[in-house]
Design a protein around this ligand. Structure first.
Ligand code: NDP
Ligand code: 8X3
Length: 254
């Protein structure tokens, strides 16, 4: 049953990977979209494709979620009521240990994955509260359930997303607003290229010898979570590829 038709969703980080695929699957369900990310041209291209293919409304807003003022201006500019906020924008930078990682990488991850997600939640949740309806879906990670060497700050940010999701649910206790999290393992997107500063070979090695998840696998879960009956609040879903059993247990064919 499609309960999503005619709803309006904001997706952060819709220029690639999980966010872009979620936009497509929502559009196929008749959801009107507000797509965000920093790469303006990509956003415009994606919007025009989705409008043409699915006949839904698609607006775009290019801004950096780390910029609190830009987040505020974005929310003030909204003309439609927001039914769904998918807090997906995020990234990892590097795999260096605590004793040699760069402060810059830490700032980027904390400012994007934690503060950016918080800014949007802080700004959109009052609008949902006023209407007593809405759904905030945060993209966490298996790294929010388990820490690993080389992920001191990335795993910390995703543990924070888990805490934020749970506290947000509790802050909105007694309202009809739903709060969920989706926690993927290894998904082949631009994620590893970003993590390794554009080093394609290093990025490809992450998925070598296994069949990783793809963006579609996670987008389908996000749509499923959003499409439950109004009284059903899925708190979290953990999704691994079958060849992964933990952050470090990854079975690879030689
Ligand atoms: P991608 O790199 O393909 O997509 C990341 C998206 O986030 C892009 O659209 C990017 O847009 C956006 N983004 C990054 N930084 C900012 C910023 N400062 N302001 C606005 N937008 C930003 O990776 P994924 O699709 O894999 O990642 C999506 C989410 O999924 C992230 O939160 C990631 O942590 C999480 N995740 C990914 C996993 C994986 O293995 N791939 C596993 C578990 C979780 P732009 O560059 O245009 O700004
Ligand atoms: C991304 C998955 O294992 O690279 O969140 O941390 S992992």
């Amino acid at each position: 049953m499609n309960r999503l038709e005619g709803k309006t969703a904001i997706i952060t980080g819709a220029t690639s990977g999980i966010g872009m695929k979620t936009a497509e699957l929502f559009a196929a369900e008749g959801v009107n979209l507000i797509l965000t990310g920093r790469r303006k041209e990509r956003l415009e291209q994606i919007a025009s494709t989705l409008k043409e293919e699915f006949g839904v409304g698609v607006q775009t807003a290019a801004f950096d979620v780390r910029d609190q003022q830009a987040c505020k201006e974005f929310v003030v500019s909204l003309s439609d009521s927001i039914d769904i906020l998918v807090n997906n924008a995020g990234l990892a930078k590097g795999t260096d240990p605590v004793y040699s990682a760069t402060f810059e990488d830490w700032d980027v991850m904390i400012d994007t994955n934690v503060k950016g997600l918080l800014y949007l939640s802080r700004l959109i949740s009052p609008l949902m509260k006023k209407r007593n309806t809405g759904h905030i879906i945060n993209v966490g990670s298996t790294a929010g359930h388990e820490s690993y060497a080389g992920g001191v700050v990335y795993t910390a940010t995703k543990h924070a997303v888990k805490a934020i999701t749970e506290s947000t649910k509790k802050d909105l206790h007694g309202t009809d607003i739903r709060v969920s999290m989706v926690s993927p393992g290894l998904v082949e997107t631009e994620f590893s290229e970003v993590r390794f500063d554009g080093d394609k070979e290093k990025a490809a090695d992450v998925y070598k010898g296994l069949k990783p998840l793809v963006a579609q696998d996670i987008a389908e879960i996000i749509v499923f979570v959003a499409n439950r009956p109004a009284h059903v609040n899925i708190m979290d879903t953990i999704i691994y590829p079958v060849s992964q059993s933990s952050a470090t247990m990854v079975h690879r064919n030689e």
